[in-house]
Design a protein around this ligand. Structure first.
Ligand code: SAH
Length: 514
């Protein structure tokens, strides 16, 4: 790799600043280079338009410099942002300045770059997908449709056209192509009025897209003369932009995003925080909006002595059973850490409970010898039964959970040794913001993926939040056992997964929404 090391007069190595475009909101619309920069950052300053899910690419401390939805919270002034970027780089840090869309399109990114340049700080700029093209694509519009537009203009609508605007509305009105206005909604009426006054036909097709590429994306179309009042009547929110031109007509032919099966639904993800990413990203892929509700947490056992003892006598076991991806990572991680490797498992057969556990095994290039067709403890015991009479079985398990395997496999004549390889414990509270969202009826679904999650959720929800369950917010359970635990804790369950995985939970939501 080409690397230039810059030194300041104090002979201290200066860090570097990456001005990174975060794209329009969909967590998949970040560039590979952007993700690389995040992975190596020590500090991230991100703006109000950035989807915080991008932070999963990084371990760094991260701070939001303003909020997308108005003047609540502290907005760090531009001068201070510039100064902090410079100071952090001077102290040797790798800094990512993460900005919505493309950093050089209406985003003051070039001013930040100029400040860094003037201060002699090395920097790199990583382009991003800008809101105009993303909004157009996600709403089904080609800005340069061959039959409708041979040019496209990106226009800032943040200036008030009735005051001293630098925009030439005459030129914009006669522009032979599509106009995209990046703007606050409150400017739309004045913008449309100025265009019409300057000669743009009032019937020109127009479209407003708000929160483009996000599960709460909304689109409204209408003639230019009416689009502002339509958007107000439909209660559109920031950020939003307007697309004006004949290409808007073609939208229905190419729309796709808003037809996703869980489009716009808000789903509470109850998995432990460290493991919620997969489910959250899948929710996004299905068009939904994930809200993190980690009701339990995963932690290493208080002492490893029991696990280490089992690892030292692995040759005595015929089978090892994993009933969760956590169990796989905790056990195999420990095995590696204390100086062994996968060859220690060479003489054992491996049984797992289902696909999530298998996926974790694959990370270690291991394959299960036995997986039940249904992903529950009873089915695993049943599948093992014919193979285990007289066998010695090691079970890498959680600190709590059901004991079905112990009783069933002992009854089948096996000698089973359970070893706790990770703690599964209740968290003491849920994020206050998430509770508020449930209380306000903003969640459509909460997925319950284990009995302990169901029980603890019931304990952590306020009475007001519980009052929303079954009405505004429907609970979907991963299995009959989890449903029973939810019922016992006094919570109604609206749907149950037939396949006992998070994908099964999503499919149950899709069936129930159809
Ligand atoms: N650098 C950004 C633009 C910053 S200006 C980019 O390249 O996209 C902020 C304006 O961008 C907002 O007022 C809004 O008009 C537009 N915008 C940003 N994200 C958007 C989104 N997800 N949906 C609709 N408009 C968006």
């Amino acid at each position: 790799m080409n690397m230039t090391v810059f030194r300041n007069p104090a002979n201290k190595t200066t860090g570097k600043v990456y001005l990174v475009g975060a794209g329009p909101g969909d967590p998949g619309l970040l560039t590979l280079r952007g993700a690389e920069c995040l992975a190596r950052a020590d500090l991230i300053l991100y703006d109000g338009l950035v989807n915080p899910l991008h932070l999963r690419h990084s371990q760094a401390s991260a701070e939001r410099t303003c909020r997308a939805d108005g003047p609540t919270g502290r907005v760090i002034p531009q001068d201070e942002i510039n100064r902090r970027l410079i100071d952090a780089a001077r102290s040797g840090k790798t800094v990512v300045r993460l900005k919505g869309g493309d950093p050089f399109i209406f985003g003051r990114g070039s001013e930040e770059a100029a400040a860094l340049s003037a201060a002699g700080i090395p920097f790199e700029v990583v382009p991003g997908i800008t809101a105009a093209t993303a909004a157009a694509v996600y709403t089904g519009i080609s800005l340069t449709h061959r039959e409708h537009a041979s040019a496209v203009a990106f226009v800032t609508g943040h200036e008030d056209p009735t005051k001293s605007s630098t925009l030439d509305y005459g030129a914009l009105a006669s522009f032979p192509g599509t106009l995209v206005f990046y703007m606050g909604l409150h400017r739309l009426s004045a913008i449309a009025g100025s265009l019409i006054e300057a000669g743009k036909p009032p019937a020109t097709p127009a479209c407003v897209v708000s929160r483009a590429t996000q599960p709460r994306q909304r689109t409204i179309t209408g003639p230019l003369s009416e689009i502002a009042s339509l958007a107000v009547a439909a209660d559109f929110h920031a950020p939003s932009l307007a697309i004006i031109g004949d290409c808007v007509r073609m939208r229905e032919q190419a729309r796709w995003f808003e037809d996703r099966p869980l489009f716009g639904q808000v789903i509470g993800i109850t998995r432990p925080e460290e493991q919620a990413d997969d489910a959250a990203l899948r929710a996004v892929e299905l068009g939904a909006f994930p809200i993190m509700l980690p009701t339990i947490e995963i932690a290493p056992p208080e002492s490893w002595s029991e696990v280490d003892a089992a690892i030292s006598r692995l040759n005595e076991f015929d089978w090892i059973i994993f009933t969760s991806a956590n169990g796989v990572r905790a056990f195999l991680g420990r095995l590696w850490k204390i100086g062994h490797d996968m060859r220690s498992l060479a003489n054992m057969k491996i049984a797992t409970i289902g696909p999530g556990t298998n996926a974790a095994l694959m990370q270690y290039s291991l394959r299960a010898d036995l997986v039940p067709t249904e992903f529950r403890a009873e089915a695993l015991a049943e599948a093992l039964r014919p193979h285990v009479r007289g066998s010695r079985i090691l079970w890498a398990r959680a600190s709590r959970g059901r004991d079905v395997l112990l009783t069933e496999l002992a009854a089948a004549g096996a000698i089973i040794t359970p070893v706790v390889v990770y703690l599964n414990r209740d968290v003491d509270c849920l994020p206050a913001e998430a509770i508020g969202q449930i209380e306000r009826g903003e969640l459509d679904w909460i997925g319950l993926s284990s009995p302990s999650i169901a029980r603890n959720l019931a304990r952590l929800l306020s009475n007001e939040a519980k009052g929303m369950l079954g009405e505004k917010t429907r609970l979907v359970s991963i299995s009959p056992v989890t449903t029973a635990a939810a019922h016992e804790a006094g919570m109604p369950v609206s749907a149950e997964a037939t396949v006992h995985t998070w994908e099964g939970l999503f499919q149950a939501m899709i069936r129930a929404s159809a």
